[in-house]
Ligand binder design. Structure first.
Ligand code: TPP
Length: 388
């Protein structure tokens, strides 16, 4: 219905209520760094799911540690560490139904683990061995149709409009699903973020936008990324409720994402979640964070470790003893070490794969390049130069 623009009046109360403004400015938390429940109401989450959250987070951390070591050993080209940010990926993913889709980014191993992608497949992909489903393509590109995870993108924030377009398609097709997309604080400065939020806000699309605010976009601190008082408040202009949560509290991320998924499925539109976390490691294995931030800062952030905090909660609540937690950790540590050994012993891909999957047929110029490449291999062999 047409509304006379000179007569529209919203009261501040309307806006605060409609957009739940307070939630975009505060910090929603269920468990504090000591593992104590601080929320008014503790969510009623079954024990099995709590254990799944825990194992998904430690599996992510162990695998992440291996990817870093493998990169240093020259087995993995590049890695973007996840340490300290596991609760965001795991909490948001486990809040979804299995039909929902996820558009993650390169710092979201927890999404893959929580969705049931095996460590072996993730390692094959990163090592680019013969079993790599993406045949050695660029490091971050990894998705799984079976697990309803879209391949993550290299250009920062491109997955945001992808997720919105996908949600529109699902809506037109009559599918009642939620679409989750996760991206860093740096991505909020890209056009795709604003285009995505604008479109989703107008058409009330079932999208959950999660900003994994780890305080740094390589060397740019979050305070230089935006003039807004918080990132969550950015939803206001797009008529999207925003909520700022403690991203190192897996229960808070889970609860906020669960509510957002429910809203999405009920046709109530998108939600913007700012998950406040901290990047404990370097941006990638090609970065040296000591050049732009102090060791004191990193040390101060350690007390917010999402895994240590969740362990304290599980112990406080009597779900698991310290001993049981240690056993679970050791069990996964051993299992993942075995998987690493298996994956690095698989043969490498043939370098010729770079000539494949570019066009549906190989054109003459590619044939010529391939021929030249084979000849150079022969020359190298004669000179005794080893080529993997
Ligand atoms: C369009 C584009 N510009 C620049 C880059 C280089 N780049 C890679 S990651 C990154 C920072 C991203 O920071 P943020 O979105 O906060 O995510 P984080 O890596 O901190 O998790 C930049 C600038 C890129 N990949 N794509």
């Amino acid at each position: 219905m047409y509304q006379n623009p000179f007569e529209i009046r919203y009261s501040l109360e309307d806006v605060i209520e409609k957009l739940r403004l307070e939630r975009a400015i505060g910090l929603y938390r269920i468990i504090d760094p000591d593992g104590n429940v601080v929320a008014e109401r503790e969510p009623d989450i079954p024990r099995d799911l709590l254990l799944n959250m825990y194992t998904s987070m430690i599996r992510t951390r162990i695998l992440d540690g291996w990817l870093l070591k493998l990169q240093r050993m020259g087995k993995v080209a590049l890695h973007a560490p996840n340490i300290g940010e596991e609760a965001v990926s795991v909490g948001a993913t486990l809040a979804l139904d299995k039909d929902d889709w996820i558009f993650p980014y390169y710092r979201n191993i927890g999404v893959f683990i929580a969705r049931g992608v095996s460590e072996e497949e993730i390692l094959d992909r990163n090592i680019a061995n013969i079993a790599d489903p993406f045949k050695g393509k660029e490091f971050t590109i990894f998705g799984s149709r079976k697990h309803r995870i879209a391949p993550s993108t290299v250009p920062v924030g491109n997955q945001i409009p992808h997720a919105v377009g996908f949600a529109l398609g699902a809506y037109i097709a009559g599918e009642k699903i939620a679409v989750l997309t996760i991206f860093g604080d740096g991505a909020t400065s890209r056009g795709g973020f604003h285009v995505g939020l604008n479109f989703a806000g107008i058409y009330r699309l079932p999208v959950i936008f999660v900003i994994q605010n780890n305080q740094w976009a390589i060397s740019v601190p979050a305070k230089k990324q935006t003039g807004s008082i918080t990132f969550a408040v950015k939803g206001v202009a797009y008529n999207i409720p925003g909520i700022r949560v403690d991203g190192n509290d897996v229960l808070a991320v889970y609860t906020a994402s669960k509510e957002a998924a429910k809203r999405a499925r009920n046709g109530e539109g998108p939600t913007l979640i700012e998950a406040v976390t901290y990047r404990m490691g370097p941006h990638t294995t090609a970065d040296d964070p000591t050049r732009y931030r102090s060791p004191e800062e990193v040390k101060a952030m350690q007390k917010y470790d999402p895994i240590a905090r969740f362990e304290k909660y599980l112990i406080n609540r009597g779900y698991l003893s310290e001993q049981e937690l240690k056993e679970i950790y050791n069990e996964w540590n051993t299992k993942i070490e075995e998987i690493v050994k298996k994956c690095i012993s698989k043969p490498p891909l043939s370098v010729e794969v770079i000539f494949e999957d570019v066009y549906s047929q190989r054109f003459w110029n590619l044939e010529e390049q391939l021929e030249e490449y084979r000849e150079s291999l022969e020359v190298m062999k004669k000179l005794g130069i080893e080529v993997e």
